[in-house]
Design a protein around this ligand. Structure first.
Ligand SMILES: CC(C)(COP(=O)(O)OP(=O)(O)OC[C@H]1O[C@@H](n2cnc3c(N)ncnc32)[C@H](O)[C@@H]1OP(=O)(O)O)[C@@H](O)C(=O)NCCC(=O)NCCS
Length: 158
């Protein structure tokens, strides 16, 4: 069974293993680099939960298989959202479910909109984005597609 829950500091080792185990392509799409073994600082940022950050995970048999996070930008009303699902769990609905949890929590913490910056070639992420927010429109942001999505709580939708 898969457990979906907020990340905690106790997940540090599992998060380290999760990031280290991502395929190079997935690591590139999420972190814009081939990460390998993540630094302690990176894992800390992926687990961070406070008034301006949130982190959600999917856990199977003690292993993290997916992660989403949000962080409030300096304007205090826009949250940047990121998601990554291990290759073997793609297309199982985890990105959608964790994406909603992260977006709802960002809204509860004052976010009025989401920002996602995606490589134009990232069809999976663009598909997930449009699945969750069908009216989202992207604009060119220096080689990246930048989506600004007005945020309402999505719990119970779809
Ligand atoms: C993007 C990503 C998080 C999607 O996660 P996922 O768990 O596979 O997505 P879901 O199973 O929840 O898919 C929900 C919907 O999104 C859309 N979608 C997901 N993957 C898609 C793909 N490869 N192509 C087109 N649409 C896709 C579909 O509408 C899908 O619904 P459906 O399966 O009923 O058709 C995952 O592909 C991933 O980790 N990619 C690498 C990291 C990355 O690019 N992150 C985004 C930048 S931070």
């Amino acid at each position: 069974m898969i457990e979906l829950r907020a990340a905690t500091e106790l997940d540090r080792e599992a998060m380290t293993d999760f990031v280290a185990g991502l395929s190079p392509d997935t690591s590139w799409l999420r972190f814009a680099s081939g990460i390998g073994r993540p630094t302690r600082a990176l894992v800390t940022s992926l687990l961070r939960r406070d008034a301006t950050h949130g982190a959600w995970i999917a856990v199977r048999d003690g292993d993290i298989v997916a992660h989403t996070s949000w962080s409030l930008l300096a304007d205090g009303v826009t949250a940047e959202l990121a998601a990554v699902v291990s290759d073997s769990w793609r297309r199982s609905g985890l990105g959608r479910l964790l994406g909603r949890l992260a977006a709802d929590e960002a809204a509860e913490n004052g976010a009025q909109g989401l920002r996602l910056e995606l490589l134009p070639s990232n069809l999976a992420a663009r598909g997930l984005l449009l699945h969750l927010w069908p009216h989202a429109a992207g604009h060119d942001g220096g080689g990246l597609l930048v989506y600004d999505v007005p945020l309402r709580r999505t719990a119970g939708a779809g």
